[in-house]
Design a binder for this molecule. Structure first.
Ligand SMILES: Nc1ncnc2c1ncn2[C@@H]1O[C@H](COP(=O)(O)OP(=O)(O)OP(=O)(O)O)[C@@H](O)[C@H]1O
Length: 244
């Protein structure tokens, strides 16, 4: 598949393949029939109104919610019925919507959870410094004392130090100041340029439009519209589906 961009490198490896996925909680279906592919070095924004199942999609890919039918493949490996701890080891970083840092641990200890050893974290501190220099000045500070924006940034830095092939990101920009959102956009663009495949759940349409290559609109458990961001045409489609 050709990527949107100037280099026009042919990138064919399907990093995530979801086919005819049905999933939900108890007897009810939240996702009814979801299919999409995501390649290396590509950002796909999943958009939709509240409660349409965007977070459920990421939780299902991570194995926290069990699929009822359909399939999920990560780099060609079928993970449809795999356990979350096994999926988490397949070079995938998940930043959930709810704060997932350990407030009582220090910034360094939280980052340490993203890597296998102390020495590896030391080697990769440059990644954190490049992403958000202030974080490396806060290494011994308790994570719970960081500002809300910094806590979200810590989540993203923890994902970055794990050097994943895949990032699943749920509403990272929610409630943040524009400068912080722009920094996050830069971090995600950098990850994409290194070939990371990014599935981005977003309510902030401008943020999504500014970084994603493609979009998919989720409505009542199905993808009702998808494509590349192409100016006004796309804006019209999005407007139609996302209107409150
Ligand atoms: N653990 C759960 N048990 C039962 N129902 C749930 C559970 N988690 C979510 N739901 C329901 O599933 C539906 C989809 O929720 P989900 O969080 O996936 O939506 P979303 O599109 O991410 O919405 P938002 O943008 O508001 O976060 C909602 O109706 C929600 O109430």
């Amino acid at each position: 598949m050709m990527r949107n961009g100037t280099e026009r490198e042919a990138v064919s490896e399907q990093i995530i393949s979801v086919a005819r996925l049905r999933s939900g909680y108890g007897g009810g279906d939240i996702l009814r029939d979801i299919s999409f592919d995501l390649s290396a070095g590509e950002i796909l924004a999943i958009l939709g109104k509240n409660g349409m199942g965007k977070s459920t999609l990421l939780k299902t890919i991570m194995g926290f919610v069990k699929p009822k039918s359909g399939s999920i493949k990560l780099r060609g490996v079928d993970v449809t019925n795999a356990e979350p701890h096994w999926i988490a080891r397949r070079s995938i970083a998940y930043t959930p919507q709810e704060f997932a840092i350990f407030r009582e641990l220090t910034v360094e200890e939280n980052l340490r959870l993203g890597v296998e050893s102390d020495s590896l974290l030391k080697q990769r501190l440059g990644d954190v410094r490049d992403a958000f220099p202030r974080m490396t000045e806060r290494m011994s500070q308790r994570a719970g004392t960081l500002s809300g924006g910094e806590q979200k940034m810590l989540l993203l830095c923890r994902a970055i130090v794990s050097r994943p092939d895949i990032m699943l990101i749920d509403e990272i920009s929610e409630g943040l100041q524009p400068t912080m959102i722009e920094r996050m956009a830069e971090i995600l663009r950098t990850a994409r340029s290194k070939g990371v495949a990014i599935l981005l759940i977003e309510q902030n349409l401008n943020f999504a439009l500014s970084i994603a290559d493609r979009f998919a609109i989720l409505k009542i458990g199905e993808i009702v519209e998808s494509g590349r961001f192409e100016g006004r045409d796309t804006a019209g489609k999005l407007e139609k589906h996302l209107r409150i």
